[in-house]
Write a protein that binds this ligand. Structure first.
Ligand code: 13P
Ligand code: SF4
Length: 325
């Protein structure tokens, strides 16, 4: 057995249900190198729930949804943060850790929601709806956050909107999340036509067919799905809320209406649960790979920087969100 296979044997044991044995030698060498580089650089890896199982389970120090990654990024005891996720997540980590080096293994890991809106769009909306507070989804650039009053994630959108105590808010850029939250809260929400390219592809008739084909299945949907899809689900919540649902309720058969790696990562902890697996891949999340994480740590690239002219205001919007409990 090679040294790397030896060192990573216990990690393989953890993921063997979702990674076939013939694939492991391809991963073992990079995992071994990344574990060593993390010690040398005093680095931690933060990984989103949509990262592939070998990243999520074998090199990540902190995992979670966007909200957990933002919260956990604060006060992390390290010199370097590697964000295994998409660019807006790395920017949020940098906003909350201005003194630390934040690296993203592939700077092209974007997001269709973040790409759907610009700071100028928000300034125009403010002119059109004077005095109406602007709630910005964290899936946006720091420049867009800087134009908003407060951020939210799918894990706290309801609480954030309710915390404002007003009858009308602007919520950007995810139209479906905004519609889902408007229905939950009764607050009038002015929306923007941004969509997640992964979740907008699910349909209500697809869910009905899957229920017929898989009797007793419990359906959990991400709130970035269209409202008619959420209406077909038994529960809607952020990726961490879906994961907690399986942890606490242990359904015999479950269908996660979200990105493909979610089921793999939850399945690692739940061999007793049957996962029905239609899913859509996020091409941006999938840009992050073990070799790119290794190169990021070896070469200390790609460092995330934020224009100081926007960082202060963007940080304020994120910190206001984190203060809502
Ligand atoms: P969560 O905050 O629920 O993890 O969602 C992030 C995301 O990008 C979902 O598509
Ligand atoms: Fe963006 Fe959708 Fe990918 Fe999440 S899954 S990063 S919202 S494109």
């Amino acid at each position: 057995m090679s040294a790397a296979l030896d060192v990573t044997a216990s990690l393989y044991h953890k993921v063997k249900r979702v990674i076939p044995p013939f694939e492991w030698p391809v991963f073992a060498d990079d995992i071994d190198a990344i574990l060593r580089l993390k010690r040398e650089r005093r680095a931690v890896v933060l990984a989103h729930n949509y990262q592939t199982p070998e990243i999520f389970n074998c090199v990540a120090d902190i995992v979670g949804d966007s909200l957990a990654l933002a919260r956990e990024a604060i006060g992390v005891d390290a010199d370097v943060i590697v964000l295994a996720g998409v660019h807006f997540m790395a920017e949020t980590a940098k906003l909350l850790n201005p003194g630390k080096t934040v690296l993203i293994p592939d700077p092209a890991a974007g997001c269709s929601l973040a790409d759907s809106i610009t700071p100028a769009d928000i300034r125009l909306l403010r002119q059109r709806y004077p005095g109406v507070p602007v709630v910005t989804y964290v899936n946006t650039s720091a420049a867009v956050k800087a134009e908003s009053d407060i951020c939210c994630t799918s894990g706290n959108a309801r609480k954030v909107v309710e915390s404002l105590g007003v009858p009308r808010v602007i919520m950007l850029p995810d139209e479906y999340l905004a519609q889902n939250i408007a229905r939950e809260t009764g607050v009038e929400i002015i929306t923007w036509a941004g969509h997640c390219e992964v979740h907008e592809r699910f349909t209500a008739s697809q869910i009905r067919t899957l229920r017929r084909e898989n009797p007793g299945v419990v359906v959990l949907a991400h709130p970035e799905c269209p409202p008619d899809v959420v209406a077909e689900a038994d529960f809607a919540g952020s990726t961490a809320m879906m994961s907690d649902f399986v942890d606490t309720r242990a359904p015999a058969r479950v269908l996660l209406i979200t990105e493909c790696s979610m089921s793999d990562n939850v399945a690692v902890r739940h061999p007793e649960v049957e996962f029905v697996r239609p899913c859509n891949l996020c091409p941006h999340m999938k840009r992050i790979t073990l070799p790119k994480i290794r190169t990021a740590l070896e070469q200390m690239r790609h460092e995330v920087t934020i224009d100081p002219a926007i960082a202060g205001r963007a940080r304020q919007a994120v910190e206001r969100m984190l203060a809502v409990r």
